[in-house]
Design a protein around this ligand. Structure first.
Ligand SMILES: [Zn+2]
Length: 122
C-alpha cells in the first residue's frame, strides 16, 4: 500500500525529531496533504495507527490539513489554482499545466510530550 510506505517515512521524521529534542512521547502529528497528491486521508489514518503503534508516537493524534493545488498554465502564461488531479486550467480549460504546489505530502509539525515545546519540522 502506497500510504503505508509514506507513513513509514513519517515515522522516521517523527522519531528523529523526538530524539533530537530528547522527547520520549509524541502527542500529535500534523500532516499537510496536497489536493493533487494521490493520498487517501482515511488510508493514512489507518496506516498511522498501524505504523506508530510501538514507537514514540503510539496513541498520538493525527491531524491532516489539505493544501490547495497550484500550477503554471503554459497557455495562459500564468500561475493558476488546480482544484484536483486531472483538472484543467480554470482560465482556458487547457491541460498544459505544470503542478507547482499541492502535489505531495509533508510533515508540518509534531507535538512532543507535555514537558516539551512543540517543534516545527522544516
Ligand atoms: Zn490556461
Amino acid at each position: 500500500m502506497h500510504e503505508m510506505s509514506l507513513m513509514e517515512s513519517v515515522r522516521e521524521i517523527v522519531e528523529q525529531t523526538a530524539s533530537q529534542h530528547g522527547a520520549r512521547r509524541v502527542t500529535a502529528v500534523r500532516l499537510q496533504i496536497g489536493a493533487l497528491a494521490t493520498v487517501e486521508p482515511e488510508a493514512l489514518r489507518f496506516c498511522f495507527d498501524v505504523v506508530m503503534q510501538d514507537g514514540v508516537a503510539a496513541g498520538a493524534r493525527l491531524e491532516i490539513e489539505t493544501v490547495p493545488g497550484s500550477g503554471w498554465c503554459w497557455d495562459c502564461g500564468e500561475a493558476v489554482a488546480i482544484a484536483e488531479g486531472g483538472a484543467g486550467c480554470p482560465g482556458c480549460g487547457g491541460y498544459r499545466l505544470e503542478v507547482t504546489g499541492g502535489g505531495d505530502m509533508r510533515v508540518k509539525d509534531i507535538d512532543l510530550g507535555p514537558e516539551q515545546e512543540s517543534s516545527t519540522c522544516a
